[in-house]
Design a protein around this ligand. Sequence first.
Ligand SMILES: Nc1nc2c(ncn2[C@@H]2O[C@H](COP(=O)(O)OP(=O)(O)OP(=O)(O)O)[C@@H](O)[C@H]2O)c(=O)[nH]1
Ligand SMILES: [Mg+2]
Length: 304
Amino acid sequence: METRNEFIAIVGRANAGKSSLLNLLTGERIAAVSSKPQTTRTRISGIVTENDTQYVFMDTPGVHRSRNKLGEHMNKVVKDSISDVDVILMVSDVTAKIDENELNIIKSFRKNDKVILILNKIDLLKDKEKLVPKIAEYSRLYDFEAVIPISVLKNDGTDIVWDEVRKYSSEGPHYFSDSSFTDQPEQVIASEMIREKLLELMSDEIPHGVAVIIEEMKERTDRSGEDILDISAVIYCEKDSHKGMIIGKNGSMLKRVGQLAREELERFFEIKVNLKCWVKVKEDWRNKEALIRNFGLSNNSTNM
Ligand SMILES: Nc1nc2c(ncn2[C@@H]2O[C@H](COP(=O)(O)OP(=O)(O)OP(=O)(O)O)[C@@H](O)[C@H]2O)c(=O)[nH]1
Ligand SMILES: [Mg+2]
């Protein structure tokens, strides 16, 4: 059988709903999602194989004004991801004004790039008439292939996104096995789930300075014959005071993070999980090239 493939980059400003869209299009909970900007730190792929065609979606960090080496790395991932793809999905938040970051993204598109504009979060738009001037405003900035208003939250409009996406495949090999749905190693999926819970439960400053490393992940059968996945994770933070807050009073915060992460991990891996988390300090790691590499953040194709 003749095979086909398609590479799709998902780009946009922070918090627009890129990772939520990736999860919805692939039907899997691959990327961490949170209400805080700069959740995604590197490129994360979601893979869908439909009959003869393999679609590889690449979620990217939200473009933002970078304040440290991690931020620079995140913006570079976006630049690298839009070269050589068949189509780009630019996700924007329909309730927000066009900002400098979005203008920079649009500026980085080349003349022949195929870009579909996704206007997300229409569920928050009370007056749907406001869509018309918004579409006009974006259309003056770039010649988009299509403009699709959607709500990822309400799963409204994603079939239209799929119909549009399917137009850009071409003959070529499948680069991943037809049964895989991500290029992320299981350790990274697990560490991202833990980081997502920290983002959910803690105030802004702390989770943005956190890296989660899975030190061990092993399956075993306990005495009663039940399969258990043992996971040990280290949460690295930047300061002693942050360590104290992550652990919380009598360990309450760490316990809560661990519990929510464990539930999510059990759903994802479909196995009972025994999760142990430790907290360690590595000062100012976000400005240290070597540590970023050590945390697996500088390799675009895999890891966090
Ligand atoms: N109301 C509403 N909220 C949404 C919708 N889509 C996503 N969100 C929320 O928007 C927030 C950001 O979603 P993410 O998917 O993490 O956004 P992102 O673009 O990947 O963000 P970064 O990785 O930080 O760049 C989360 O709280 C989502 O639940 C939508 O259609 N409607
Ligand atoms: Mg994201």
